[in-house]
Ligand binder design. Structure first.
Ligand SMILES: NC(=O)c1ccc[n+]([C@@H]2O[C@H](COP(=O)([O-])OP(=O)(O)OC[C@H]3O[C@@H](n4cnc5c(N)ncnc54)[C@H](O)[C@@H]3O)[C@@H](O)[C@H]2O)c1
Length: 339
């Protein structure tokens, strides 16, 4: 049986990944998570929390003594733990440097001391900055445009350096924009769905013509499971984009959501563009298809409707988050003051 340390496993993608691994009896999962504002044990139904092959440990990847406690006979480390909201990285970069960069360094050092089978770093397509070539391959220049993207890019390259320097069995994955159930309601799609349901504005930066490559989270975790299982000698030191190749802009998404609920387009409120806003991200899907025989299955329009339905029928999940004082403070300071 393989023991997997899932850092940041109580967040959006990490919790989906954990649930996927637990379906397979050959895995034991340790979720290691600081439970920041984005970490949420509600992402796990009680069957998961009580599962004999599941363990939860609260801790910080940037704190050596916390990491030492969990890095015990671990076969696979998969590092999802991060501060992930670009807007928040503009407002306060400190936790991004600490978690996204220093945290990755602490994990790498501890893994180097007690090496396992593989170290999978969840990087991001944001490290590329806006598309200079279309579609974007793994060779696209690294040109991060936000403090979030810059700390993720630094961590991505630090992992690579441990592979080159210490032959650490590392794989770097750069997912494009994930969406689906259990995504924290400050991220674009759940934010728009929740606000539409409650007749609040759908804040759109600039023209709303910025595009992203949208990847359904359930497709993403299938690819990540394959990365846990492929012969490590074939993927050591490699970078893989995970994208769907399906490109949609912000206004198109707002329209689908408002049409679904039969809400007026006047709920769309255009505000000043976000500084450093990436205009376009579109993934090449060739390398991962060849290496892992994986490609995204979910059509974006179908996945988006599935997601809307999930938020519609699980309102308790996001309303509990939106009622928190921390959420309301960020919402007021970031959105309501924007012109
Ligand atoms: N969501 C996306 O579209 C997307 C796209 C590309 C890459 N990624 C990357 O995937 C990973 C997961 O993203 P997500 O959307 O699930 O994020 P999320 O914000 O939903 O979850 C992040 C998790 O990390 C935990 N965490 C934060 N700081 C920590 C620390 N110091 N120690 C331990 N745990 C800590 C949080 O409590 C939370 O559970 C991140 O590394 C992110 O950069 C996400």
């Amino acid at each position: 049986m393989k023991k997997v340390l899932v850092t940041g496993g109580a967040g959006f993608i990490g919790s989906h990944f954990t649930k996927e691994l637990l379906k397979d009896p050959s895995y034991k999962v340790v979720v290691f998570d600081k439970l920041t504002y984005a970490g949420n044990l509600d992402n796990f139904p009680s069957e998961v929390l009580k599962h004999p092959r599941f363990k939860f440990v609260k801790g910080d990847i940037a704190v050596k003594k916390d990491v030492e406690k969990v890095m015990n006979r671990i076969d696979i480390v998969i590092n999802f733990a991060a501060e992930t909201h670009i807007d928040r990285s503009i407002a306060n970069i400190d936790p991004f440097v600490s978690t996204d960069f220093i945290g990755t360094y602490v994990l790498l050092e501890e893994f180097r001391r007690r090496p396992g089978d593989r170290f999978i770093q969840i990087a991001t397509s944001e490290v590329y900055g806006s598309a200079q070539t279309v579609p974007m391959t793994e060779e696209h220049p690294i040109a991060p445009q936000s403090p979030y993207a810059a700390t993720k890019a630094a961590a991505d390259r630090l992992v690579y350096s441990y592979y080159k320097t210490y032959n650490l069995p590392a794989v770097i994955v750069r997912p494009f924009n994930n969406y689906g159930p259990n995504q924290f309601p400050e991220k674009l799609i759940p934010f728009f769905i929740a606000n539409a349901l409650e007749d609040r504005p759908l804040f759109v930066y600039g023209s709303g013509k910025n595009t992203r490559d949208w990847l359904y989270v359930k497709d993403c975790v299938q690819a990540l499971k394959k990365i846990c299982e492929v012969d490590i000698n074939k993927v050591k030191g490699e970078v893989f984009n995970l994208g769907s190749g399906q490109e949609y802009d912000v206004m198109e998404i707002a329209d689908v959501i408002l049409d679904y609920f039969n809400k007026p387009k006047s709920l769309i409120k255009k505000v000043t563009d976000r500084p450093g806003h990436v205009e376009r991200l579109i993934s090449s899907t060739t390398k991962v298809k060849k290496a892992l025989n994986w490609q995204a299955k979910t059509d974006f329009t179908k996945g988006l409707i599935e997601t809307i339905k999930w938020y519609e029928s699980n309102q308790w999940w996001w309303k509990k988050i939106m009622k928190r004082r921390e959420y309301q403070r960020f919402y007021k300071e970031w959105y309501e003051k924007r012109k």
